[in-house]
Write a protein that binds this ligand. Structure first.
Ligand SMILES: Cc1cc2nc3c(=O)[nH]c(=O)nc-3n(C[C@H](O)[C@H](O)[C@H](O)COP(=O)(O)OP(=O)(O)OC[C@H]3O[C@@H](n4cnc5c(N)ncnc54)[C@H](O)[C@@H]3O)c2cc1C
Length: 309
């Protein structure tokens, strides 16, 4: 078995490789890309165009039409099914297309470029509202990773841990879509409603999302309540938590196939709103970097221990 030291060394080396070995030029013409998470999808594209404006997208779409070739689009490159790449395509790299375009502190609407990722969006909303009495914040995001783009989230119609929330479509007011003829159109429930429905959850099949207007919600303080549950009780526990006013939650099951708890016992965590003046308990622990690394190591090397920690 790999030792903890060997594992961490390997993780260190992997972290230094940009985008999980992406963009290694190989003997073949083109650029080799891969997804960040699994690294199981090496794909050689014809070229990579970093996007910084809507016009950049339109230029590449025009070139693809002239060259009679396809395009592919990626934000965070986290999807593990290779849908963000395509062999011999002109590839749009959305990562630098990441500004906040508009923010309305009255309605809580924020318009962003589609390549913006959650950490940048959250940081921007905090900066824009310094000193605000009732600041706005995001409604939901994916839970297993942070550096995912809003365009990628829209394309997959992602969901967070909301117990009663609709998926991401519920948070999207409108977006701008660049179509195959290079035209940029606004899509909402009232304008180009068919494209609105098709594009959200339609991956990149209907055009390139250029900007997105999102609804925010008033930020609230949440308290996490954690317990161990058996799978037979979990749906009933969710119903109870919802009735008690909990807003978010999930259940992480034991993952060691050798354990008798395998997929039958889980850590059930739910979050309920509390008064903003509620103090953070003095004994509240924040997980340190060292503890995260230990958890990461155990998740691969000793799943039972990882569950118990
Ligand atoms: C560790 C991990 C945890 C996850 N957790 C969750 C979760 O809790 N809930 C959930 O719902 N999903 C989850 N996912 C899935 C993830 O949300 C989707 O794969 C998401 O699309 C990834 O976003 P991305 O920015 O990395 O997109 P990419 O991987 O770059 O692209 C994904 C798709 O979106 C398209 N796309 C990206 N940007 C645009 C654009 N501007 N215009 C048009 N199309 C575009 C791509 O072409 C591709 O088809 C998880 C994935 C991982 C790896």
């Amino acid at each position: 078995m790999m030792t903890r030291r060997q594992f961490l060394k390997l993780a260190e080396v992997a972290a230094l490789m940009p985008w999980g070995c992406a963009q290694w030029r190989v003997g073949l013409p083109g650029v080799l890309l891969n997804d960040v998470h699994s690294g199981l999808n090496p794909t050689t594209v014809r070229g990579v165009s970093p996007v910084r404006s809507s016009e950049d997208i339109q230029r590449v779409v025009g070139r693809a039409v002239r060259d009679r070739t396809g395009i592919s689009v990626a934000g965070g490159r986290h999807a593990m099914g290779a849908q963000q790449f395509g062999s011999d395509t002109l590839h749009l790299d959305m990562r630098s297309f990441n500004r906040v375009l508009n923010f309305d502190s009255g309605s809580g609407l924020i318009e962003v470029e589609a390549g913006i990722q959650w950490p940048e969006l959250i940081e921007a909303t905090l900066k824009l509202q310094q000193g605000a009495q009732q600041p706005w914040g995001i409604i939901q995001k994916q839970t297993g990773a942070d550096r995912l783009s809003i365009g990628g989230g829209l394309s997959a119609n992602i969901h967070g841990r909301g117990l009663r929330l609709k998926p991401f479509v519920g948070d999207i007011k409108s977006f701008t879509l660049v179509l195959a003829d290079g035209k940029a159109v606004t899509c909402s429930r009232l304008q180009n409603a068919d494209l609105f429905k098709l594009t959200i959850g339609g991956y990149d099949l209907f055009g390139v999302v250029s900007s997105v207007t999102l609804r925010l919600m008033q930020r609230q303080k949440l308290q996490r309540v954690v317990e161990l549950v058996n799978i037979d009780d979990v749906m009933q526990r969710f119903e109870q938590r919802i009735a008690e006013g909990f807003l978010y939650g999930d259940c992480q099951f034991a993952l060691n196939p050798a354990s008798e708890d395998f997929l039958s016992r889980g850590i059930f965590s739910c979050y309920k709103p509390v008064d903003p003046t509620t103090p953070i308990p003095a004994r509240q622990r924040e997980i340190s970097e060292e503890q995260w690394l230990r958890l990461l190591y155990l998740a691969h090397a000793d799943k039972t221990k990882a569950f118990e920690v």
